[in-house]
Design a protein around this ligand. Structure first.
Ligand code: HEM
Length: 380
């Protein structure tokens, strides 16, 4: 077509020139002649309604448009493709537009959302959070440590709470490592390990991911049920949030058993994102009997899973930082079950007050405090 337009415009230009120079029109006609189609050229035929592939092959050899049109519209003709449920006979999925994708076939739209959004932005978010906590560590340093230890212990977490948290955290770490290899290994590990080793590693980690996922799901539910009560919003939480609890200063804003920052992590990271990641993951695992798993549903579940887990990892980078090297003495409470009264005074003043006044028992389980320390805080 472009060739034809070129020839026409060249011919028009030459005609004008010929007119100016007074040359006969024939000269122009001779110049245009090479635009004639070459011998054997067959002009493209317009698609005819109901045209078969064989008919199209006569007018346009190699053009299989009628075949693919029939394939795309074949959802109403069961039996041609052996996929389950509502997908019987549908080889190419219908057109959709997922958030961030073009209007195209669902498989391609899913690919665009995954490769153009979830992978690059999820990976960047994780890196940003890792850089942020590293900067926090080297500039602000670990928080707390302003109130000296008293030697008297209060029970922070019962053995049941610690077991649930430990199992859940271990499962989370395994899922994060295997999930990151599945999502980013192609870019980071494949060039180093080579296709064979990387293929086996990813297959093994994908299997581990599938088995550890349900353990995470069960322990997550236990965690939500166990900790929901002490994460309910209370008076004073807003004041805590406004000054970020004063955690970077010498005196923290008084809080109950969990401060408002921990409550934000609980409701956003554990409850909302945790449940979204778990429900979508169980759907992708295909372990619920009788549930249909069409490609369209799996694509939506995969996008939800990818986005929720990317955000969740970002939230938990902060939680794990503050639970280990970012806050002095925090890990001790989770590992031994007990914290020093001094630590409770500094980080959770209102909680300690309730313990001392007898509102909350100082010891909720039969577990002894570490090193035989005094577990009964003195009444003040
Ligand atoms: C290796 C990873 C993890 C470490 C080192 C860690 C560490 C800690 C520590 C030290 C505490 C006690 C904080 C305090 O005394 O106030 C804690 C509390 C808690 N952690 Fe983790 N954690 C990890 C992973 C997780 C995961 C994966 C989840 C859930 C998906 C989780 C949910 C919680 C909850 C719900 C609490 C109770 C405090 C609250 O409700 O805000 N943790 N964690």
């Amino acid at each position: 077509m472009r060739k034809l337009l070129n020839c026409l415009s060249r011919a028009a230009g030459l005609a004008a020139l010929a007119a100016v120079l007074g040359l006969p029109a024939l000269a122009v006609a001779q110049t245009v002649a090479p635009a004639d189609p070459p011998p054997g050229f067959v002009a493209p035929a317009e698609p005819q309604p109901g045209e078969t592939n064989a008919q199209r092959a006569l007018t346009q050899p190699g053009n299989n448009a009628p075949l693919w049109r029939a394939v795309r519209d074949s959802g109403t003709q069961p039996g041609t493709v052996n996929l389950e449920g509502g997908e019987l006979g549908t080889l190419v999925q219908p057109f959709v537009r997922y958030p961030g994708s073009d209007y195209t076939t669902a498989g391609e739209a899913w690919r665009q959302v995954r490769n153009d959004w979830i992978i690059p932005y999820g990976g960047s978010l994780l890196l940003v959070m890792l850089v942020a906590v590293t900067l926090m560590y080297f500039t602000v340093g670990p928080i707390g440590g302003h109130v000296p230890d008293t030697g008297r212990k209060v029970e922070r977490f019962t053995p049941f709470e610690r077991s649930a948290h430990g199992l859940n955290a271990a499962a989370f770490v395994v899922l994060v490592v295997s999930g990151l290899v599945m999502a980013f290994g192609k870019f980071l590990l494949l060039p180093v390990l080579g296709a064979t080793l990387f293929g086996w590693l990813t297959y093994a980690l994908k299997t581990v991911h599938n088995f550890v996922g349900p353990l995470f799901a069960v322990t997550l539910i236990v965690m939500i049920v166990t900790f929901v009560r002490d994460n309910m919003p209370r008076a004073g939480d807003l004041a805590w949030l406004k000054s970020f609890g004063g955690v970077f200063g010498n005196h923290q804003v008084p809080s109950h058993r969990f401060n408002a920052g921990e409550k934000v992590v609980f409701w956003s990271g554990v409850f909302l994102l945790g449940l979204l990641a778990t429900v979508s993951g169980i759907f992708l695992n295909q372990i619920v009997p009788g549930m249909s798993n069409t490609r369209g549903q799996m694509q939506v579940a995969q996008m939800v899973h990818g986005a929720a887990t990317a955000l969740m990892m970002a939230v938990f980078v902060l939680h794990i930082y503050l639970g280990t090297i970012g806050a002095k003495g925090a890990l001790n409470g989770m590992v031994t079950g007990y914290c020093d009264e001094g630590w409770a005074q500094e980080h959770h003043e209102l909680w300690l007050k309730d313990i001392k006044s007898g509102k909350i028992p100082a010891q909720r389980s039969g577990a002894a405090p570490p090193d035989g320390a005094d577990a009964q805080p003195r009444a003040t």
